[in-house]
Design a protein around this ligand. Structure first.
Ligand code: KIV
Length: 265
């Protein structure tokens, strides 16, 4: 069974960390059986499960609901749940209370929050309440409206310094791991090497991070959006499912399903 401390042991041993998203019992069972190290109940569920345009509308109740389903499926993977937009940046007490809901009601082991130096007091309060926190810097999708779209962050030296500073502040606050999204790979490498006690997990941050995360629906070809450059599609489940559904309809319409062997006497 993977714990928050396993990730640091893996970093120290040079063993790469695998992380994928899951939002429901069936997919989480498959990932857990396949021994993925970390399962993230990401707020990307807003898009891939609920059909929202972005992650902004996702609520605490939705996160708790999906986290419970994932937790029921898992015996091996470490389960981390995302804190949704405005559930942690308004008030420190609310932040700790909401993070506590994902742990107490949802059953997650830790929470993930987006942001850098500006949320250090919030992260510290959660950690003081014994809630393990994973950071998320670089492209932070909850800030999409402020960033003016989904863009690579830290490309020039001033913004790179800001990303680096954010990573350092969160590490000093005691996060157990750090997601870095859409930053230049050399910057990700530098952060990874500078923070020996903070396992880094990249998404669009190159090969030198301590681990890698993808949205499962993207890598399985289950979500028909134009995928970003960093996605590698390992399967095309959309076409497999479409074929199966068309065959089912053909068989029913052609009176080929069900057969007698699929019926009761
Ligand atoms: O919500 C999510 O799926 C995420 C990953 C992209 C890291 O935050």
């Amino acid at each position: 069974m993977i714990t928050t401390t396993s990730l640091l042991q893996m970093k120290s041993a040079g063993q790469k960390i695998t992380m994928l998203t899951a939002y429901d019992y069936s997919i989480a069972s498959i990932l857990d059986e396949a021994k993925v190290d970390v399962i993230l109940v990401g707020d990307s569920l807003g898009m891939v499960m609920l059909g929202y345009k972005d992650t902004i509308p996702v609520t605490m109740d939705e996160m708790v609901h999906h986290t419970k389903a994932v937790v029921r499926a898992c015996n091996h993977s470490l389960i981390i749940a995302d804190m949704p937009f405005l559930s942690y940046k308004v008030d420190v007490r609310d932040a700790v209370h909401n993070a506590g809901r994902l742990i107490k009601e949802g059953g997650a082991i830790g929470v993930k929050v987006e942001g850098g130096a500006e949320i250090v007091d919030i992260v510290s309060a959660m950690i003081k309440a014994n809630i393990p926190v994973m950071g998320h810097i670089g492209l932070t999708p909850q800030a999409v409206n402020q960033m003016g779209g989904y863009k690579v962050q830290g490309k020039d030296s001033k913004t790179a310094q800001k990303v680096f500073y954010d990573a350092q502040c969160l590490a000093d606050a005691g996060i157990f791991s750090l997601v870095m999204e859409c930053i230049p790979y050399k910057l990700a490498e530098e952060i990874t090497h500078t923070l020996p006690n903070t396992p880094t997990i990249g998404i669009g941050a190159g090969p030198h991070c301590d681990g890698q995360v993808l949205v499962s629906h993207d890598m399985l070809g289950l979500y028909n959006r134009k995928a970003p450059k960093f996605v590698r599609k390992y399967a095309d489940l959309t076409s497999i499912i479409t074929g199966a559904v068309e065959n089912f309809s053909k068989d029913v319409r052609g009176q080929k399903f069900p057969g007698i062997e699929e019926s009761y006497e």
